[in-house]
Structures are given as C-alpha cells and as structure tokens.
Ligand binder design. Structure first.
Ligand code: 4AD
Ligand code: MG
Length: 461
C-alpha cells in the first residue's frame, strides 16, 4: 500500500523509511542542500523533502527537479527542524518520472490569473486553488448523497437525452445524427422522421419530470446528474453544462419542501466545515477573508421566508435606484436578489408564490389563480441557488397550463398520466451544484469551479 502525503503529514516523530510520489511545487537550494515541496493532490499541504550532497548524482538530479517535475522519493521521515511543517523526508533515493522544463512549463511560481488558468484547464488541477476546488467538489458530492441516503431517498438515474423541455423555456441543445445529410424540405424544415430517434431529441435541462415518475411510485427520490442549457447568458453564474441535484418527494407540500431544502443546505455546509477545513482555510486566506464565516452563517441562522408579493413591496419601499424598477409581475432580477439577501435580510431568503406567468408550467396554481407554489432560495453574493415548487397534481389544470405555456400536451402524455392515476401532492427542488461550490469557495466565476467549463462560444478540451 502506497502512502499519500495527507497521511504522512498526520504522523508525528520518526517513522522510518517512507516512499512518496508526486509533483514538485518548488525547489530551494542552499549550500549543498536542496529543499523540495512535493504535492500529490491528497491534501493542499506539501511534504518537504530535503536532499543533500550524499545523494547519488546529486548535482545532476537537482538540476532536473523543477517545478512540475514528477518524482518518486524514498527516505527517512523525521521531525522537521524548520518551521511550517512537523515532519520532513530526508531523501535517500530519488527517481524522476517526468521532467517539466523550466522555460516551457506553463505553471511557474508566480500567481496566474484565473482567465489564463482556464486556457490550461488540463494543468490547472495542479494549482492550489483548483486542487482545493476539486477536493471540495468531492466532499460536497459525498455530503449530498449522505444527506439523502440517511433519510431513505433513492438515487435515481434520469436520462440525459430527452424528447421534452422540462422548463418550457426552449433553451435546449438538439441531439441529431442528421447533420451530415440534412433532409430539408422546400420550406426549409428539417425532417426528423429519419433522425436517430425518429423525432426531435435534446440534452436534458433537468431530470425533474422523470424524477416525478419515480417519486410517484417510490415516494422520496433524488437525482444528481449533468444538465444542459443553451441559454446565451455570458455571466459569472451560468454554464452550458452544469450538475444539478434534484430531490422529488411524494406526499409533500411546499412547506415541507422548503424545510427539506433548508435542512439540506445547512447539512452540506456543516459537513464541509467538518471535513474540508484545510482546503477552506486556503480560500479563507487567499480568495476571500470571509469564507469560513460565510459558510457557518448558513447553518447558524434560519432562512427568511417571504412571498414574491412581499418581496416586491420591500423592494419598492427601499427607495433604491434599481436598473429594473420593481413592480408586480416582473421576474426578480439579480440586483433585486442581491438587495433582499445582502441588505434587507443579510441571510438566505426563500421567496414563494411567484406570478404564474413567469414560472414553469408544472408548478401548482394557488387558490388566487394568479400565483404558483414556487420557492426559490436566494443566497447572499450569489442570488438564486435553488429553484423548486409544489407540483400541479390536478390533471385538468396541468393540461391547461401546458397548453397555455405554448407546449404540446401530447408530448407530455406520460407526465399527465401521473395525475390521472393515483395522483398525490408532491414537491421538489433543484440545487445548482456549481453555484453551491461558488458560494463555499468564494470563487467569482462559475467557470472556475467545474473541471472543464462549457459556455457559449467556449469549448476547449
Ligand atoms: O431554477 P431551475 O431552472 O429549476 C429547475 O430546473 C427545476 N426543474 C428544479 C426542480 O424543481 N427539480 O434550476 C435549478 C438551479 C438554479 O437555482 C441554479 O442554481 C442552477 O440550477 N442553474 C444553473 N447553474 C449553472 N448554470 C446555469 N445555466 C444554470 N441554470 C440553473
Ligand atoms: Mg430558477
């Protein structure tokens, strides 16, 4: 069993001959000695390796041991004389796997901009920031599964290729095999009868509709998968491919839905603090001084809960100059979300009961006929992080909503039948995984919290 640096650094005192492998982060030389900082990705911390002239071919080897070079080192692990680390490895043997020539290796010591690092997404995981982000993504994924598994939710794998538009917003990527030999009619219309599926197909924008199928049989389910949106928004919070967590619960109204979402967000934040402190401390000291405070403020306070109508009244009363003047009927803009979460409440806010015109067809209509049982969770710094609702469970009302949204009810026949046979009140929500990672790391741009970002006009790697 090979040892990783995380485990080695947890040891105290002499622990004899130890072997490690990793990439060199820095080299310092002084009077017949060289100090290497080795990182193997298991932790943000490096292991110091001390190499002295007694090493065979010392001068030749040291010449190659540059930033980025990959090595295996064997030596004695001893308490460190220097400050900054408790143990260090006194090298007896060093084997070089791969050089990284100083004049070519793109990741040199100086700090690079995140824009530049995006252009080398194949190497940026070797930086402190991206290594930490990837470990945090991993911890958060685990916390998410743990939360639902502990509560008896089933993990359901919903399809990626779909024939329906869940959000009804028409922001879908089409999937076709016709592109090489398009069959276009005289009217310029592509005939999809000969396409792979014999009809139009898309990449899913959400697993919700299929999730509802399983909730309406197995009670509590969740999905955690990639979703795709062809929206042309070049913002710091939009990706064309992102990961979403979508629980769906039968026999659940909007209140229980909100309680679950709030408990869920608090649980994952707490789990992260308890399990990823080294990485979070890096963000706290290098990216945003309030990282730890911001995360703990989530599980230490109760979220505010207001209706859309109350939100509009607060915004109007604020006398603030908004670019989009608030009035009943418009969608909440990010400037409005910012005001509510950062100035008015100074904590997460759940906004419910939006006008039906601005929300998706599947949301349950309230008795007033004007609003739907939507619930969006708005976070300071970020704006909307969760979108959810109680679902319309009445066949006739749902049929009418699909039609009035300009969608073809025939395409949703199976979704409608869930309301025809043994319909139940049910609810769910969707959490954008990358927005969650943005919040906990303090990273400004969503493109920097996903391994390989895909956005309008950008697809490298
Ligand atoms: O509000 P949305 O569109 O809701 C749904 O998709 C519902 N079907 C969810 C459900 O009820 N099961 O998206 C949910 C969340 C948003 O709040 C946001 O966090 C994230 O997904 N999101 C995006 N994240 C990154 N890039 C984008 N383009 C995103 N669009 C939505
Ligand atoms: Mg939304």
């Amino acid at each position: 069993m090979r040892t990783d640096i995380k485990e080695i650094l947890s040891r105290e005192g002499d622990s004899g001959i130890t072997e490690v492998e990793g990439w060199i982060r820095t080299k310092r030389e002084s009077k017949g000695l060289a100090f290497l900082e080795l990182n193997d990705g298991s932790t943000i911390k490096n292991l110091q390796i001390v190499v002295n002239e007694s090493l065979k071919n010392f001068h030749e080897i040291i010449h190659h041991l540059n930033n980025g070079c990959s090595i295996k080192a064997k030596g004695n692990l001893v308490p460190s004389m220097g400050s900054g680390q408790s143990v260090e490895l006194q090298a007896l043997e060093i084997e070089i796997y791969g050089d990284a020539p100083v004049d070519e290796y793109p990741l040199q010591k100086k700090r690079h901009t995140f824009e530049f690092l995006r252009e080398i997404s194949h190497l940026r995981p070797r930086t402190n920031t991206f290594g930490a982000i990837m470990r945090i993504r991993n911890t958060m994924s685990f916390a998410i599964h743990k939360f639902f598994q502990e509560r008896g939710f089933l993990y359901v794998h919903t399809p990626i290729i779909t024939g329906n538009d869940c959000e009804g917003a028409g922001e879908m990527f089409q999937v076709t095999t016709l592109s090489d030999k398009p069959q276009i009619s005289d009217e310029g219309i592509i005939n999809h009868e000969n396409d792979f599926f014999g009809k139009k197909a898309f990449l899913t924008v959400s697993g919700q509709l299929e999730g509802e199928v399983f909730a309406c049989a197995l009670k509590n389910i969740y999905t955690f998968g990639p979703t795709f949106r062809a929206e042309n928004s070049n913002t710091s919070r939009h990706l064309a491919e992102f990961w979403m967590i979508e629980p769906e619960m039968a026999f659940c109204d909007i209140r229980l839905n909100m309680d679950t979402a709030e408990e869920f967000l608090k649980y994952t934040m707490k789990y992260l603090i308890d399990n990823s402190l080294d990485d979070l401390e890096f963000f706290n000291s290098r990216i945003d001084k309030n990282t730890l405070g911001r995360i703990s403020s989530i599980f230490e306070s109760d979220f505010a809960r207001i209706t859309y109508t109350e939100a509009m009244n607060i915004l109007k009363k604020s006398k603030k100059e908004f670019e989009y003047p608030p009035h009943w009927g418009i969608d909440l803009q990010s400037e409005h979300e910012k005001f509510l979460a950062e100035e008015e409440f100074k904590k997460p806010v759940i906004v419910t009961d939006y006008p039906r015109e601005i929300k998706a067809f599947y949301m349950k209509i309230n008795d007033d006929g004007k609003t739907v049982r939507a619930m969006d969770i708005i976070f300071p710094r970020l704006g909307e992080i969760v979108g959810g609702s109680e679902r319309e469970s009445d066949y006739k009302k749902l049929f009418d909503r699909i039609s009035e949204s300009g969608l073809n009810p025939e395409l949703y026949w199976w979704y409608l039948e869930l309301r025809k046979y043994g319909t139940v009140p049910h609810s769910g929500f969707g959490l954008g995984f990358e927005r969650l990672i943005q919040f906990v790391t303090g990273m400004q741009n969503i493109r920097d919290v996903i391994p390989f970002p895909r956005c309008a006009g950008y697809l490298e790697f």
